[in-house]
Design a protein around this ligand. Structure first.
Ligand code: AMP
Ligand code: ZN
Length: 113
């Protein structure tokens, strides 16, 4: 069975999609850790940052640029936000389909933890 993010990409599982193009999709995280918590995901299944190859350079860069665009869409571009890749179990990665967390929208400045 396809991974949950592939199912969302194929519209076989529900998600609140906020951005979509030929190569990338972005949707709301079901367990948000902040007022804005979006996952930016390539449509091609790649397990993790550890599996990125040189040929994926453009796609990897696009993930950041799409995150920036979505930050603008949610009006958190001026206040600021975090972009996070969890990598592997030790890095807190639970879903083995590479994704970039866009997190923000706090009323006050985020405190480093
Ligand atoms: P990570 O720990 O980096 O693998 O993050 C996986 C994220 O995916 C978590 O923040 C989950 O809340 C989120 N998540 C898991 N399943 C879904 C889903 N079906 N739709 C939206 N977000 C999901
Ligand atoms: Zn997948």
């Amino acid at each position: 069975m396809a991974c949950i993010f592939c199912q969302i990409i194929n519209k076989e599982a529900p998600a609140e999609i906020v951005y979509e193009d030929e190569k990338i999709i972005a949707f709301k995280d079901i367990h948000p850790v902040a007022p804005v918590h979006i996952l930016v995901v390539p449509k091609r299944h790649i397990d993790s940052v550890e599996d990125l190859k040189e040929k994926d350079r453009e796609l990897a860069g696009r993930l950041i640029l799409v995150a920036k665009e979505v930050a603008q869409q949610f009006s958190i571009n001026k206040s600021g936000y975090k972009l996070v890749f969890n990598v592997g179990r030790g890095g807190g990665q639970i879903i083995d389909h590479i994704h970039l967390h866009l997190i923000g929208g706090w009323k006050k400045n985020a405190i480093r933890s």
